[in-house]
Design a protein around this ligand. Structure first.
Ligand SMILES: *Cc1c(COP(=O)(O)O)cnc(C)c1O
Length: 291
């Protein structure tokens, strides 16, 4: 089956807090497979073995990867079973955001990682689609970028969860000989050391690892920070583009704190805007309407 992705995605010029930057609009790749999840899933659309009837994965209850996999399975005529470590009762009663969309695609939701089982006819995909197979689609992103920037020198920035996208983008650009494009990232889930450990599981050659930059303050993934919401809002006001609320704010804080490194910035918008549907009410509950 062929997934209908709108590629190549546009590369547009913007400015934020006096930093001019190019924005790779991978958020426009597809409504259902926002951003990097589309790139990571690409491989599977061409290579699901005939005897597979179910996809199994696990991770957070509002994960972007979860919804993308649910949609993918439904398009492919496959069953999708997903394990969340904890299902909060308010969500069970009133699902929203990625969870609602995924359930509408027929996702079977189970609680507890200790209950994870896969059978022979089932394809197991690691949390966040952090798999070697993801390279296939991310390499296409690298080719698109190279075609769009030509000889131009850029610092390419994208925030990391599992780090799969940043790692494989960096690796693919290196393989393509694109030394004018250097990949920078920041760890949104866990520490920089944790991110490096994730990379070591996917790629032994450290020479192709992205450059990791940190913010002064440590943030915990999924927690609500006033400065995250503020930067998200300012981004939207200044650029007219909606970013997402879990990864992009941390990324932009990193960029603003280290702006001297980013003379020619190229930022990858990795989608995830469906997640905002559940994040925004959480912010409003915590900080009120006048945040
Ligand atoms: C999933 C996701 C990420 C993290 O991608 P990794 O490949 O796991 O590092 C970053 N931004 C957005 C918007 C995402 O949905």
């Amino acid at each position: 089956m062929f997934l209908n992705f709108n590629t190549p995605t546009p590369l547009e010029q913007y400015k934020f807090q006096n930093i001019p930057f190019l924005l790779k609009r991978d958020d426009l790749i597809s409504f259902d497979f926002s951003g990097n999840k589309a790139r990571k899933i690409d491989y599977y659309s061409k290579s699901i073995p005939k005897d597979i009837d179910t996809i199994v994965s696990y991770g957070s209850i509002q994960s972007n990867a979860m919804y993308s996999l649910a949609k993918f399975a439904s398009l492919m005529g496959l069953h999708f079973r997903y394990y969340a470590n904890h299902i909060p009762s308010y969500l069970q009663e009133n699902p929203q955001g990625n969870l609602l969309y995924a359930l509408n695609e027929g996702m079977e939701l189970l609680e507890g990682y200790s209950n994870i089982v896969t059978k022979e006819n089932e394809l197991f995909i690691k949390e966040g689609i952090a798999t070697k197979e993801a390279y296939f689609g991310i390499e296409k992103l690298a080719r698109e970028l190279l075609e769009q920037v030509g000889e131009g020198e850029y610092q390419v920035f994208l925030p990391s969860g599992t780090g799969t996208t940043a790692l494989f983008l960096s690796k693919a650009l290196q393989k393509l000989g694109a030394s004018q494009l250097r990949v920078y990232t920041t760890a949104c889930v866990g520490s920089s050391n944790y991110l490096k450990k994730q990379w070591q599981e996917l790629e032994a050659d450290e020479k192709c690892y992205p450059i990791i930059i940190e913010t002064k303050k440590r943030h915990h993934f999924g927690k609500l920070y006033r400065e995250f919401y503020q930067i998200w809002l300012e981004l939207q006001n200044e650029t007219g583009v909606e970013f997402e609320l879990l990864y992009d704010p941390k990324a932009w804080l990193t960029i603003l704190e280290n702006r001297e490194l980013f003379e020619n910035l190229l930022y990858i918008h990795q989608g995830g805007k469906l997640g905002n549907i559940s994040m925004l009410p959480r912010y409003r509950r915590k900080y009120g309407e006048n945040i």
